[in-house]
Design a protein around this ligand. Sequence first.
Ligand SMILES: CCCCCCCCCCCCCCCC(=O)SCCNC(=O)CCNC(=O)[C@H](O)C(C)(C)COP(=O)(O)OP(=O)(O)OC[C@H]1O[C@@H](n2cnc3c(N)ncnc32)[C@H](O)[C@@H]1OP(=O)(O)O
Length: 173
Amino acid sequence: MTATALRPALAGRPPAASELTLSQIMDQHHTNLMGTVHGGRILNLIDSVAGVVAARHSDGPAVTAAIDETAFLQAVRVGDVVHVRARITWAGRSSMEVAVTVTADRWDRSVPATTVATAHLVMVAVDDLGQPRPIPPLLPQTDDDRRQYEQAEIRRRHRLALRRALTTHGGTA
Ligand SMILES: CCCCCCCCCCCCCCCC(=O)SCCNC(=O)CCNC(=O)[C@H](O)C(C)(C)COP(=O)(O)OP(=O)(O)OC[C@H]1O[C@@H](n2cnc3c(N)ncnc32)[C@H](O)[C@@H]1OP(=O)(O)O
């Protein structure tokens, strides 16, 4: 009998069990040369919150394998409060897709939040040696969960096909 066969199956979890929204006020330390908030700062928040959500789902550390489909939709300004919401949309053997939506409103006024960025990340749960480790399955609960799961499967097929194609053609620069 193999080690895998001996390992008990991990109990599935719904996306809602690990989802998280982190809010932060943007200040002058976050700006680029044009005076708006640096895209790298927003990406850093996206990556961190996705990492926390992946760790919650998988009960341990997870590393970023890919960040794709990132869109910066509107500039973020000093004094904006950004809300970074992350949710698992798909889980495989060791990898998870995390969808992140960033909205912003003002620190001193009650205005509706607008969406300023969106991203999808692939996070891989790793063991003490940095090797991929098994994770619980994702159990979509709502129609929206199921729709997101199906869309995530399409993105995964595309990612893996692109990776295979680029490897076949000698890899990327
Ligand atoms: C002020 C407030 C601030 C908040 C403050 C919070 C602080 C608290 C934050 C804590 C959260 C930090 C979160 C940051 C996390 C990093 O920044 S990590 C640093 C950057 N990332 C890295 O260094 C990763 C480097 N890469 C690697 O180590 C390896 O390539 C990996 C990712 C472990 C994969 O290893 P591998 O041997 O290639 O594994 P392989 O068996 O081929 O693939 C494993 C799985 O990954 C999938 N996969 C691998 N690569 C890809 C890819 N490119 N695309 C799609 N799928 C892939 C495979 O399909 C497979 O999926 P499953 O079928 O198992 O589900």
